[in-house]
Design a protein around this ligand. Structure first.
Ligand SMILES: [Zn+2]
Ligand SMILES: [Zn+2]
Length: 314
């Protein structure tokens, strides 16, 4: 009887669109300082064992933590080599890619997805003999060819091979004109949006976020996109001239209000916001959390990831 009830519930959830479509295993959650806990999120499908790694600040330390917490199966080696099928790198800063570089000798052949300026940074500054070895398939010789660069463009969706995912890239502004990017990942007709570091349009004098909100609004309306992973690096006390291309709780709310207006909604109830990239200095992570929860007039569901702890998302 209990079983029937449960499956009825699952059926109901899938009809109204609240089924779990994505699993996220955070390998690292902070925006600096703690080199064993920097931005990297494994995106998988429930019960699946193939992942797209969204940024790669911390890889090995995060895998070991996730194995301890039983969020992943297998060994650290098998997760790295066999279960991670590709990397999305949002931008060229070390806290988003140092884990990829350091682990490259132990890694297996796979794809890197990034916008063109980010591919150029990897190619010209990291996968070179002065700093490391060129494990990628283009750039300075000798070329080892372990990683294949896939250029993300807004107009083109690329299949992430050996996963149920396809990915589209959107440019972001991270101290204009420096480019960061977001990944819109699709699994059948469900989507999740992951943003790399970004400032608010008003501060960056940019329209990248406005454009992104317009692009995803129809998906939110159709309940095909229910989760946005976005950074909040500093508490509200950070002066606007010292944001270095990042968001505060107030600025995130300002941006989400823009999104709400594009939707024509009175609130964003039902939308899950996974808060990434808090700077771990002093008690900043706790202050950011409080400031978001205490001023949640948009009624979003905030999720604060923990390293190695699996998050199930609609
Ligand atoms: Zn960062
Ligand atoms: Zn950055």
């Amino acid at each position: 009887m209990k079983k029937i009830k449960l499956s009825l519930l699952a059926l109901l959830f899938s009809i109204i669109g609240y089924a779990q479509n994505f699993d996220v295993v955070p390998l690292g959650i902070y925006g600096g300082e703690q080199e064993d806990n920097l931005s990297a999120y494994l995106l998988g499908a429930p019960e699946g064992h193939s992942f797209l790694c969204l940024d790669a600040g911390t890889v090995n330390a995060g895998i070991r933590k996730a194995l301890q917490l039983k969020s992943l199966d297998g060994s650290a080696e098998s997760v790295l080599k066999d279960q991670i099928k590709g990397y999305f790198i949002s931008h060229g800063h070390l806290d988003h890619l140092s884990g990829l570089i350091i682990n490259s000798p132990a890694d297996s052949k796979k794809n890197i997805f990034a916008i063109d300026p980010v591919i150029r940074i990897l190619q010209d500054h990291y996968f070179i003999s002065d700093t490391w070895v060129n494990f990628a398939d283009q750039g300075q010789k000798p070329v080892l060819g372990k990683y294949h660069y896939n250029e993300l463009k807004e107009e083109t969706e690329i299949l992430v091979s050996e996963t149920p995912f396809s990915i589209t890239g959107y440019e972001l502004s991270h101290v204009n004109p420096y480019k960061s990017s977001a990944a819109l990942v699709r699994k059948e007709d469900h989507y999740i949006l992951y943003l790399g570091d970004t400032g608010a349009d008003r501060i960056e004098k940019s329209d990248h976020l406005a454009h992104l909100w317009s692009s995803i609004a129809p998906l939110i309306k159709k309940k095909q996109l229910n989760t946005i992973m976005i950074e909040v690096s500093f508490p509200n006390s950070q002066p606007e001239h010292l944001l270095f291309g990042h968001l505060t709780p107030k600025l995130l709310t300002e941006e989400l209000t823009q999104l709400k207006e594009k939707l024509g909604y009175t609130s964003l109830e039902g939308l899950t916001i996974v808060v990434t990239h808090r700077k771990p200095t002093k008690d900043n992570p706790e202050i950011i959390r409080k400031e978001l929860l205490e001023n949640n007039m948009l009624k979003v569901q905030y999720v604060f990831p923990e390293q190695g702890k699996k998050i199930s998302l609609p």
